[in-house]
Each structure stands twice: as structure tokens, then as C-alpha cells.
Design a protein around this ligand. Structure first.
Ligand code: ME8
Length: 570
């Protein structure tokens, strides 16, 4: 038979007996593939459940990992601005600690494996804490609660008749911990002149494996997967959904879900068979169940959104839903897949060694600055080149010269001697074409931003926000409040300029809370926006009730500290 192919000698297709394996699987629910509550990150009743991938601990975190976590964080914060209470939010992240890759990294570092995992896992966790990633659970696959979940999941698959023993022969990519079909590998000439077989997608080396494994009948779920995949907005951006549909229609081989223990001892043992450990991807995907309290009765379930990089789309878009179908659980409502951060046109990755350390980047740009750069510069639908020299200029231009400048102008004692937010003079507004244009822009801005954020296009939402701040600065420039301030007769006009600028800042402050929470909170504090008005619905109040004050008139003007101190650039 041809090399590099799934060659499954079904042998006697020995089903795993439930006696050897213990507990039983719950009955499959009829609603497994239904989508009653809509797709695209819709909320479950009153809550929100979002996940990031769990990160391999074979090396330290880089900005690509942080980006995945920030997308989830921004989505979560946006939901909370829209009224989801934090107590009803499940936002989980964590670390993926089993498998051959981790085992070998620990060995290479001369470390005991668990101690190695502890150190790197702590590194991820503390990075996320320092970056204000507001996760509510951090799952480590070496934790006892998780191993128990994986055990039960495997057992349930066996009890449900979804596993058989077979021989797997084919290519395995260790760096991706993935099996590859014949069409997924290519020959490549190495610098040494030798030829090697590599993964066509990731370019990483593959090894030929031939071993007896437990196999999962993934192929049985092809039709249900297609049905799940055809729902509008199931996978964002849309082209990733098409990619998945194409994969399913091309080939959906069964999945090897175990490893001989003698080769991969660092994993969860197969229940009732000490000779095998469970495949690291089954182990890893089950973390979403662990975060929801474990199998068989996870709650809340299903997740509203799984955030993931495009390198692991196949696992989340095919293997995971197929496993859930077999387990009789509802499928995730939506997947948000994103492109990669690149350097010199190549994916930033641990194995290529071309990574940017987020802590170093934060030292250069501030952590708020780094969050802004990643969410402003990264677009889920495409790969994004890491900024280099332009990054600092962008931060200075947008956070210091645009946003900070408008705040300084509004609060400068020379322009705002009373230190207040003046009421809006509607009559005067109507006589100012520029002011009117700005007010009209403000009326539609929250919906525009919300539309982008709901689609996880934070970069577009930020652009729209900054566009309004730029427009406000241009309005101020045109009105010249420093001239108006010298003439008492111009006070009403000066106050109109201040009032409109404050309103732009209030909207920008709330809109940027998901992106740069610390900086936005300082901005809103400085404006005196009460916490109850830091919500999305408060944005649409705008000027519709001019008599109502949204901003405290007693705030202390004059920022002691700059909103975003300008970076010194070479
Ligand atoms: O794949 N740009 O872990 P991982 C953007 N443990 N995002 C990137 C990136 C880049 N250059 N490099 C990595 C695994 N990522 C598994 C996941 S989930 C059940 C198991 C992001 O540490 C991207 O989201 O190799 C990728 O999917 C994730 O980091 C995890 O990478």
C-alpha cells in the first residue's frame, strides 16, 4: 500500500469492552447538532463561555500566544460591557502539558518533566495576569481534575462503540503533534542537500510511524459535521469555514487516539490498558470540558466561542466536534480562527526561534501599548507582520498625539478654566456644520464599533474609534478654543467645543475598554464617568437627553500623569 497513508488493518476491530473500562456514556442528545441559540458568539442564557487554546509548555510564551488570549479577553470584556455579568462568564485558558514534544523538551533541558511543566505553565499564567487577560479559569492538563475528565471521556468513547484497535501507519509531525495524510506532506531539500519529508502546511519535519493504537471512528460523523459546519457564522472569518467544509468533503480519516506507553509515557493512561497513553490532542481538547466542571455533565455547555490560531483549525473544526458528537454533547456555537503573526514573512514560532518575547515588547511599548499593537495590528482573517520600527510611531501617533492630545485640550486649565463638562447648547450646535457633523458621527459610532467587535474585528473597531477622535481634534483645531478662551463673548462656542470633545472621549474611553482596559479606565476616571455609565448601552444615550449629565461636573481637571507618555524612539 502507498506510503504516508492511513493504513488501518481493522484486525478483529476489537471493540473496547465496557467491563474493562468502567463507567458508561450518556445517551446521545438529539440536539447535538442543532443551533437553537444562533451562531457567532451568541450568549447562552445570561452568560458567556469563551476559551483560548491551551498552550504547549515546550517553550516560553511569545506574542502570538498573547494575541490569542487578547482576542478572547477583548471579546469577553465586550460582552460584559453589553451586560453579561462577570460571575456568569467562563473564560478559560491554560497549558497543554502532555505528549512527546513536552517530554523531549524537558529531557533536553535536563529537567524532571513535571517541574519543567510547572515552571513554563507559571510563565504563561503570570504573563496573562500582567497583560490584564481576565480569564476565570486556567486549566493545566497535568492537573488531577483534568486527568479525571480525560479518563472519563476516553471511557465514554469506548463504551459508546466509537473506538477500535487498529494499526496506524503514516506520517507524524512531532512539532504539531499531528498525524498527516499523504496529501499533507511534501519532500523538501534541506540545507545539507539531503531530502526530508515535511508537513505541507507547517513545513515541519515528519516521522514515519507504524504502531498499534486505539482508533476513533471519526469518519462516521462526516454528515453531521457538514451539517454543523453549514450554519451561517459558525466559523469566523468565513473563509476558514469554507476550508473546513472542503476538508470534510475531501477526506475524513479515523483518528488515532492513543500512543504506546513505552514511547510516550508522559500522558494520561488509557483506562484499563496500561500499555497505552491517550493522544495529546484528545487530552488537550477535553480541557474545555474540565473548565466547565468535567464530563459527563459540563455546565455551562456548550462554549459560545473557541478562539484558536489557524494552525489548529482542523483539530477544533473537525476532531473536536466529532468527539463531542460521539460523547452526546452539544457542539460549540462558534469558532474564531485567526491568522499568525509573522516575522520576515515567516510564522513566528517556538520551533523556528523567531519569536518576540511579550515581556520585552511590553518593556519597550508598555503593556497597554502592546495590547493596542496586537489588537490594532492583528486581523483575524490574515497573517500580520510584527510592527518593528513603525510600532512605536503608531502608539505615539494614536494614543499620545490623538487620544491623549484631545484629553489634554479638554482638561487644560487655559481652555477649561471652570474645570467642568459644560451642558450641550443644541441651538449653537445646529449652527456649527463641523460640530453637527461630529455629533452625527457620534450617533452612529457605537453601533459601528459594536458590529466590528461582535465579529471579532477589533482592529476595525479601533480604527473607527480613532477616526472619531481624529475628527474631534480637527474640529478643535478649526474652532481654535485657545482664541475663543480669550473672549468672554465666545464662551458658549468654547463650551460647545469642549462638550463635543468630552463626548467623543467618553465614547472612545468605553469603546477602548476591551482593548486597553487600564488606559481606558484612567481616561474615564479622569473624565469623571461614573462606573454605571461605563456600559455599551450608555453610549447610545449620547445627546438625546441633553439635560442629563453623563459626566461628573466636579471632576478634577488636569491630568497628573499623561494618558500615554510618548515613547522615545530612535
Ligand atoms: O497548538 N501568531 O499549542 P501552541 C498568532 N497546545 N498566534 C499564534 C502564533 C503566531 N505566530 N503561534 C502560536 C497548541 N499562536 C496546542 C493547542 S488547544 C486544545 C491545544 C497561537 O502553544 C495560536 O492560537 O503550539 C495557536 O493555535 C496557539 O497559540 C497555541 O499554540
Amino acid at each position: 500500500m502507498a506510503a504516508g497513508r492511513w493504513l488501518l488493518h481493522h484486525r478483529v476491530a476489537r471493540r473496547l469492552g465496557s467491563t474493562a473500562l468502567g463507567t458508561r456514556v450518556p445517551a446521545r442528545t438529539a440536539a447535538s447538532t442543532s443551533d437553537e441559540r444562533g451562531a457567532g458568539g451568541s450568549k447562552g442564557p445570561g452568560g458567556f463561555f469563551i476559551t483560548t487554546p491551551i498552550f504547549y509548555v515546550n517553550d516560553r510564551p511569545h506574542i502570538g500566544h498573547l494575541y490569542s488570549a487578547l482576542l478572547a479577553d477583548a471579546a469577553c470584556r465586550f460582552q460584559q460591557l453589553q451586560g453579561v455579568v462577570r460571575e456568569h462568564t467562563l473564560f478559560c485558558t491554560g497549558t497543554d502539558e502532555h505528549g512527546l514534544k513536552i517530554q523531549r523538551s524537558a529531557e533536553a533541558g535536563g529537567c524532571e518533566v513535571q517541574a519543567f511543566c510547572d515552571a513554563v505553565s507559571h510563565d504563561f499564567r503570570s504573563l496573562f495576569v500582567s497583560a490584564d487577560v481576565s480569564f476565570t479559569d486556567f486549566v493545566r492538563t497535568s492537573e488531577q481534575r483534568h486527568c479525571a475528565t480525560v479518563h472519563r471521556v476516553f471511557q465514554a468513547l469506548a463504551d459508546g462503540g466509537h473506538l477500535y484497535q487498529g494499526r496506524y501507519e503514516g506520517w507524524y509531525c512531532l512539532a504539531d503533534e499531528a498525524f498527516l495524510g499523504e496529501g499533507q506532506v511534501r519532500e523538501e531539500q534541506l540545507p545539507s542537500g539531503q531530502t526530508a519529508t515535511v508537513s505541507a502546511e507547517s513545513g515541519r519535519l515528519v516521522e514515519w510511524h507504524s504502531e498499534d493504537n486505539y482508533m476513533f471512528r471519526m469518519s462516521a460523523f462526516r454528515d453531521e459535521l457538514l451539517c454543523w459546519l453549514r450554519a451561517e457564522g459558525r466559523v469566523r472569518p468565513r473563509h476558514f469555514q469554507h476550508q473546513l467544509e472542503q476538508w470534510v468533503s475531501e477526506e475524513l480519516p479515523d483518528l488515532s487516539v492513543s500512543r504506546p506507553r513505552e514511547r510516550v509515557p508522559w500522558g494520561v493512561p488509557v483506562p484499563g490498558d496500561e500499555g497505552h497513553t491517550i493522544y495529546v490532542w484528545v487530552d488537550a481538547l477535553a480541557n474545555y470540558l474540565t473548565a466547565a466542571g468535567g464530563f459527563p455533565t459540563p455546565k455551562p455547555w456548550p462554549p459560545d466561542v473557541h478562539v484558536l490560531g489557524k494552525d489548529i483549525l482542523r483539530f477544533h473544526g473537525l476532531c473536536w466536534p466529532a468527539l463531542l458528537l460521539a460523547l452526546g454533547l452539544e457542539l460549540p456555537r462558534a469558532l474564531l480562527c485567526h491568522g499568525h503573526w509573522t516575522i520576515g514573512g515567516q510564522k513566528m514560532s517556538k520551533s523556528l526561534g523567531n519569536v518576540v518575547d511579550p515581556r520585552q515588547a511590553a518593556a519597550q511599548y508598555t503593556m497597554g501599548g502592546l495590547r493596542y499593537l496586537l489588537l490594532r495590528g492583528g486581523a483575524p482573517h490574515a497573517d500580520s507582520p510584527w510592527g518593528g520600527a513603525v510600532a512605536g510611531h503608531l502608539l505615539n501617533a494614536e494614543l499620545a498625539d490623538t487620544l491623549g492630545n484631545l484629553l489634554n485640550r479638554c482638561t487644560a486649565p487655559a481652555l477649561n478654566p471652570k474645570g467642568c463638562v459644560p451642558p450641550l447648547d443644541v441651538g449653537l450646535l445646529e449652527s456649527s456644520p463641523c460640530g453637527l457633523q461630529l455629533a452625527k458621527h457620534l450617533a452612529t459610532l457605537p453601533d459601528t464599533i459594536a458590529h466590528h467587535y461582535a465579529d471579532f474585528n477589533f482592529h476595525h473597531g479601533i480604527e473607527a474609534t480613532m477616526g472619531a477622535v481624529r475628527q474631534a481634534n480637527a474640529f478643535v483645531q478649526e474652532e481654535q478654543p485657545w482664541v475663543l478662551a480669550k473672549d468672554p463673548a465666545s464662551t458658549p462656542r468654547l463650551e460647545l467645543v469642549l462638550r463635543l470633545s468630552f463626548e467623543v472621549l467618553r465614547v472612545a474611553g468605553v469603546a477602548l475598554l476591551p482593548v486597553v482596559p487600564e488606559l481606558s479606565t484612567r481616561l474615564l476616571d479622569c473624565l469623571g464617568v461614573p462606573p454605571a455609565l461605563r456600559t455599551w448601552s450608555s453610549l447610545s444615550l449620547g445627546f438625546t437627553k441633553p439635560d442629563q449629565e453623563y459626566l461628573s461636573t466636579s471632576f478634577t481637571l488636569g491630568l497628573r500623569h499623561k494618558l500615554f507618555p510618548k515613547l522615545k524612539l530612535q
